[in-house]
Write a protein that binds this ligand. Sequence first.
Ligand SMILES: C[S@@+](CC[C@H](N)C(=O)[O-])C[C@H]1O[C@@H](n2cnc3c(N)ncnc32)[C@H](O)[C@@H]1O
Length: 280
Amino acid sequence: MVHDSASAAPIQAGVARVFDEASGYYRQLRWERNRLVRFEKWLTQTTIEEELGDSRVSTALELGCGPGTWTGLLADRAERVLAVDLSESMLGQAREAMAQRSNVTLAQSDIARFNPGSDKFDRILSVRVLEYVPEWQPVVEGLGRWLSPGGRAVVVTKTPISIWRGTGRERWFGPRTFARRLTGRSLNPDFWQKYIPVRTMVQAFRTAGLVDITVRPVIFGLPIFMRGTKQYPIVPQFAEQPFLSASRGIWKWVSAGGRSRRMAALPLAESYAVSGRLEA
Ligand SMILES: C[S@@+](CC[C@H](N)C(=O)[O-])C[C@H]1O[C@@H](n2cnc3c(N)ncnc32)[C@H](O)[C@@H]1O
């Protein structure tokens, strides 16, 4: 479905409302509260760092910074960072997290309507955002206009076809969820989320004019917990650590491999990263 600006506005208002509400607990719940999510944070951070590279650059842009989870990684690499988000409450959290970083500017913006004028960026990062943006394709195409020549963009988003989708992590169980599945009714009718196929994302990178495009699994492994926000272990506690260590080992082996190994591993991934470079 194609959304023009008029039809997308209520969707963005709904998405902003949901993330405003989540801003108080999102970071703790998603990235800090237990061994599993801390492991997932390590996978995501390692991927971002490897894809961004270590070089010092002049400017960086983050699309959908949320509470500033990854903004510091850009601030470590760039002289100036602009980080934007739809949700004012998320930006409030990011302001606190970035209080000591004088090189970070935070601004409210719907990335589907983002217009940096003539400004260009050496690095552009967007993590777990495009799945909430109906007009994600024009955003990815924007990367080609917003990057400086030789600049690099890294996008992380959720994987559509994945072993994780079949677990309670994605809330298939419980009477309310089951009723919702049967009736087709949504708990948040104005909330919008859609997983983007890897091939479609890669094609959008190409259309944006990016080259050296790589794809890799990010959050990866066997689902050892179920239910997104109320994670119940589905393996005994003593087995958690060995499972995570095995997942880390396989992830490293996959990440160090070529395109076919990485693509073959995607069904075990909850999220994937695509990165590309604008030719100098
Ligand atoms: C799941 S959170 C991810 C936050 C952060 N990148 C992270 O990985 O922790 C998604 C973020 O995307 C933002 N977002 C969703 N749609 C957006 C849009 N159209 N423009 C800007 N930000 C948007 C939300 O407000 C929220 O902060």
